[in-house]
Design a protein. Structure first.
Length: 229
């Protein structure tokens, strides 16, 4: 608006001077009147030009005001009575307390069963001092800790175990505890025994980590069979 006013004012001044000059020349030279009348004509033309300028400027302001008003979104009476729509949130299924307790009870029973199997079957092939670490592995797997505490022992320091025995061991933990998926379970057992499984890739563990019976020291006991008889 300031720029518009500035431009229009300058145009008004130039046009006024031009009209006044023409008026003076016409009165003095054209009509052969005295110079005093020429000066009076300049005053009259100035007053008329100023009046026209004021009228045009007010009309311009009124037009811009109407344009801004029409650009605003009208408030409809129907919108006033509407209430904002509440945000929809996905309903999450909440298990009953009894069901949660039952799940946790079964989970603890499975952990106890796996620890008992480690204590009575698996630990006999390891040095006795590693018993706490072997049992701790069960807790770490049950809690989904992939970067578990490694047991730094070589295959020759066990009593006749082979890498396939460790595939069966993780199979047992995977089917009983159901904490990590099969792929991640392969990574877990490599982290648990990094020296023994150093040259074994996860794909090999994944393929041989199954319920196909193979005669081994640590057997791959099917899920529906008890670990300890």
């Amino acid at each position: 608006m300031n720029m518009t006013k500035y431009v229009s004012t300058n145009i008004y001044l130039m046009m006024t001077l031009f009209v006044c000059a023409i008026s003076y020349i016409y009165v003095v030279n054209g009509l052969k009147c005295h110079a005093v009348l020429g000066v009076c004509s300049i005053g009259i033309e100035g007053v008329i030009s100023h009046s026209v300028y004021v009228v045009l400027l007010s009309m311009c302001k009124e037009g811009m005001t109407r344009h801004k008003t029409s650009a605003r979104k009208p408030v409809v009476s129907e919108d006033l009575g509407k209430k904002p729509m509440p945000l929809r949130t996905e309903e999450q299924e909440v298990l009953p307390v009894q069901e949660i307790d039952a799940i946790e009870t079964n989970r603890q029973a499975a952990i106890t069963q796996c620890k008992e199997y480690i204590r009575k079957v698996v630990a006999q092939y390891f040095p006795e001092k590693l018993m706490p670490q072997l049992l701790h592995l069960v807790d770490e797997y049950a809690n989904g800790i992939i970067s578990c505490t490694p047991i730094m022992i070589a295959i020759n320091d066990t009593k006749g175990l082979r890498p396939i025995d460790f595939y069966h061991l993780i199979w047992i933990l995977w089917t009983r505890l159901n904490t990590l998926d099969r792929r991640v379970s392969c990574r877990f057992i490599k982290n648990a025994f990094p020296v023994i499984l150093e040259n074994t890739n996860e794909e090999t563990i994944y393929r041989k980590m199954n319920d196909t019976y193979v005669k081994c020291t640590i057997e791959n006991i099917p899920k529906d069979e008890p670990l300890i008889t």
